[in-house]
Design a protein around this ligand. Structure first.
Ligand SMILES: *Cc1c(COP(=O)(O)O)cnc(C)c1O
Length: 433
């Protein structure tokens, strides 16, 4: 029987479906940096499942570990009962990640998704400090459940809640007020002044690079300043490293370069390494004040996810080879985008990013979406970000081979040229105007 897969999905699945609209084909297989549809057509993946596939699709070593685990009838589901896979993951995480970085965190498994990790951090921060509000930033993205949504900026997503989202105060992220304004000075003033109308928050939650919000990069100095403000006003610092962590921005934790020490850290997306759901909330031991079972959930650490997650730690994080590769590839991506902005000044592109999360924002708002659409026709999966989808976001798997990276970059350039033609943006206006 042949089935029209797309037809079945559009008939039966909710209108809420989204990526299927931008990338309208039915995927069947994937390997490394490529996804293949049912016709066998190859797509070079510059989106990596929004940074879930940092180690590439179906990594052979991870697949081997998973198949072995399953084929031996090892336990799949065990709530939060002790299991071999759980203990082995925790041991490897401490030995390979926390100890070498001189970090001390308790690990909480909050449920399988990113938003579960964020909800957990918000709830625990409120419990620790006994205060209601959490400070969050303009253009932040932290997930879709009510708590996470309340600290998310995007108005379209917020109105989906159907009720007032409160107990959050939104402050300007780094660079939000334009050059020359340090937004921390403003926040400091608001917190210092008991007449500002801002209640003292339990915590501040931030990304180091606002991935969904448009790849807005916080300066390392700003992150250090934010940590100082947290100490000054007795607020916990929560870093949401769900999209920026796990190599994407150059190191395991994206905040390592800033040298800050968050009180809680959320990880998910690429944590299992294989596209299996897994999330953690890391908690400084002194704040781990939960009573047993006070926060609960059925899927808090699936054993198959532990197996592949542990294997990624051994394969990619035993030395600094992977970080060096990311630095090299990220530099190439950044240089390419800088060059692109120079070669096509009429597109008014400006580059930003860290590591292998690189982006270009176009002055012409429709360009990024057009490039994504045309790129797909040329066999490239690439997404946009920002309030108006005006930012083209490059998120190839961090394991992407150099030749494939170049291939993807070439498709971006070709798609930009075609997009400018389609949108009637003149190609021969003088440079530098
Ligand atoms: C994806 C993401 C989330 C939410 O994760 P889900 O698994 O979709 O719930 C939260 N924060 C950041 C920074 C993210 O990128």
């Amino acid at each position: 029987m042949t089935m029209d897969y797309m037809d079945v999905i559009s008939q039966h699945e909710s209108e809420v479906r989204s990526y299927v609209r931008g990338f309208p084909t039915t995927f069947a297989k994937a390997s490394g940096s490529y996804m293949y549809d049912t016709e066998g057509r190859a797509y070079l993946d510059f989106f990596a499942g929004a940074s879930v596939m940092n180690y590439g699709h179906n990594h052979p070593e991870l697949k081997k570990a998973l198949i072995e685990y399953l084929s031996e009838d090892n336990i799949t589901h065990s709530l939060d009962m002790a299991s071999v896979a759980r203990a082995e993951f925790l041991e490897a995480f401490n030995r390979l990640i926390l100890e070498p970085r001189n970090m001390r965190y308790k690990v909480q498994f909050p449920g399988p998704t990113g938003t579960n990790a964020v909800e957990t951090a918000l709830k625990l921060a409120r419990k620790v400090k006994g205060r209601d509000t959490v400070m969050a930033f303009t253009n932040a993205f932290h997930g879709m459940t009510l708590g996470s949504l309340s600290v998310t900026g995007n108005g379209f997503k917020r109105q989906g809640a159907g009720l007032t989202l409160d107990n959050a105060s939104h402050m300007p992220f780094d660079h939000y007020m334009g050059p020359g304004t340090n937004t921390l000075d403003y926040i400091d003033r608001m917190l210092a002044d008991s007449a500002s109308g801002i209640d003292r928050p339990a915590a501040v939650i931030t990304e180091t690079v606002q991935a969904e919000g448009g790849v807005n990069v916080a300066d390392l100095e700003w992150l250090r300043g934010l940590e100082k403000l947290c100490r000054k006003y007795d607020m916990l610092l929560i870093v949401d490293d769900i999209q920026t962590g796990l190599g994407r921005c150059g190191s395991f934790f994206s905040f390592e370069a800033a040298g800050i020490s968050p009180d809680m850290v959320t990880l998910s997306k690429s944590l299992s390494g294989y596209g299996l759901p897994l999330a953690v909330t890391l908690i400084k031991p002194e704040y781990d004040i939960w009573a047993p079972g006070e926060h609960n959930g059925t899927f808090r650490g699936q054993n198959p996810s532990f197996v592949t997650a542990r294997r990624t730690l051994e394969l990619f994080w035993s030395d600094d080879a992977f970080e060096q590769e990311i630095a090299r590839r990220g530099k190439r991506m950044a240089e390419f985008l800088e060059g692109l902005a120079q070669r096509y000044p009429q597109a008014q592109g400006s580059r930003r990013g860290r590591g292998m999360m690189q982006a270009i924002e176009f002055g012409h708002v429709e360009l990024a979406e057009k490039i994504s659409e045309i790129g797909f026709r040329h066999g490239l999966i690439i997404e946009t970000a920002g309030t108006d989808d005006q930012v083209l976001k490059l998120l190839p798997p961090c394991t992407t081979e150099d030749a494939d990276l170049e291939k993807g970059l070439a498709i971006i350039e070709k798609s930009l040229v075609e997009a400018m033609d389609e949108l009637g943006i003149s190609r021969d206006r003088a440079a530098g105007e």
